[in-house]
Design a protein around this ligand. Structure first.
Ligand SMILES: [Fe+2]
Ligand SMILES: [Fe+2]
Length: 190
């Protein structure tokens, strides 16, 4: 899917379904961070008009996702938990090279890869959930993540040469596969 080198390990889904409350809390945090990340790009690259327009839309959409997940959390009588470090996202962000041009490219590509993995995993969750509102919600999240992956891939090609984008995407996807496979299985998106 989207060039991801390795599918999510089969052991991941049972861990999620075995503690769906914990997964929801982590998922909510991911949506909030995705929204903040989009606005961070806006503040970092204010002169890139197309990027700014797309990231403002994305920030709103991810915040809406946060609102939807938080509603489920509230309905279950749960409460948001303090932030924990996301070793997966951190490891990928550490791959962003120094130097303003390559750093920008890497940030776009890493964001797109995180969306791609999110899409794959929300799809697994959507398939596993029984018919109902929650399943529909995860079907929608899966579609959104697919779109977001496409958005970052397109933005990378707006600002960079197609061949450069393809080469670097391949390199980052290799790293992503290594990082993802090494993650401990826990009731969390990553
Ligand atoms: Fe989202
Ligand atoms: Fe997203």
């Amino acid at each position: 899917m989207f060039g991801l080198k390795v599918p999510t390990p089969v052991g991941w889904l049972p861990v999620i379904m075995g503690d769906f409350d914990a997964f929801l809390l982590d998922h909510a945090a991911n949506e909030r961070k995705a929204s903040a990340m989009a606005m961070h790009l806006v503040s970092h690259y204010p002169d890139r008009t197309e990027l700014v327009r797309e990231m403002v839309d994305l920030a709103c959409e991810e915040l809406e996702h946060f609102r939807l997940v938080h509603r489920v959390i509230e309905a279950r009588g749960l409460r948001l938990a303090p932030d924990t470090r996301d070793a997966y996202v951190r490891a990928l962000q550490q791959q962003c090279r120094k130097g303003s041009k390559v750093y920008f490219l890497d940030r776009l590509l890493v964001a797109g890869i995180v969306e791609a993995r999110g899409c794959e995993r929300f799809g697994l969750v959507a398939d596993a959930l029984p018919a109902g509102e929650l399943k529909e919600l995860y079907v929608d999240f899966t579609r959104s993540e697919a779109r977001h992956h496409g958005l970052f891939a397109r933005l990378a090609r707006v600002y960079f040469d197609e061949a450069v984008v393809a080469t670097r995407t391949g390199e980052l996807l290799e790293v992503e596969a290594e990082v993802m496979v090494a993650l401990p299985l826990r009731p969390a998106l990553h």
